[in-house]
Write a protein of this length. Sequence first.
Length: 290
Amino acid sequence: MTPYEALLQPFVDFEFMRRALVGVFALALGAGPLGVFLMLRRMSLTGDAMSHAILPGAALGFLVAGLNLAAMTIGGLVVGLMVAVGAGVVARATELKEDASLAAFYLISLALGVVIVSARGSNLDLLHVLFGTVLGIDDATLLLIAAITTVTLIALAVIWRPLVLDCVDPTFLSSVSRVGGASHIAFLSLVVLNLVGGFHALGTLLAVGLMMLPAATARFFARDLTLLVALAMLIAFGSGAAGLLVSYHFGTPSGPSIILVAGLAYGLAVLFGPAGGLVSRLAPRRHLEA
């Protein structure tokens, strides 16, 4: 098999592969920066919890209108935001910590969503909701993902400074400005919005993977924030393209293939990453080297 046949021909010959590639590219542009900020703010598991929190809303949309893009998107967005706000209210109104509150909401949401889908649909419908159908992306879904990515990039440009300050010194931000709370809410809303977009391609169980794994991988190659964001987007897109090729050539499910490729990149970064990887940490350093 020539390099052309292995790497380019699937995208040249098949429209569904090109659609999937464009969808992955759009998801990478929006999810990459959000994953970096989730990681820097030590909220990585929050993203995972929120990805499951959208399941009941998407399931309710499915219950009402079947596999309808608008119904499942609106349902997932509304319920996802409700869970985010509800978990925050419980954490502030009781002695329960926010991580425990999110875990409780996440488990209830996941179980409720699976029950709702199972009550109306088949096992195939359940697999579609949980794991997505990236190779089945249509024009409407592509436009939705592109719109979400556009909104995300514009919103991030507006709230970039308070987000960075909140990562570095949240106490200083709260002392000099009142935008910290608003930027946090806006940021969580963007996370939910992108998880809803990723849900249509990768399903609720895997949508967060393209957000967090590339960000964690990039951390082993860069410490500068701008470079971290750029690398996270590049790794997310590369993982998506490689995962689609693996799915095409070996007949594996497309969504899990993408996440497994991203996981392989993460594993290699853990071992060989120059910025804190195992090999670099074990290698002997010169005397007084920082």
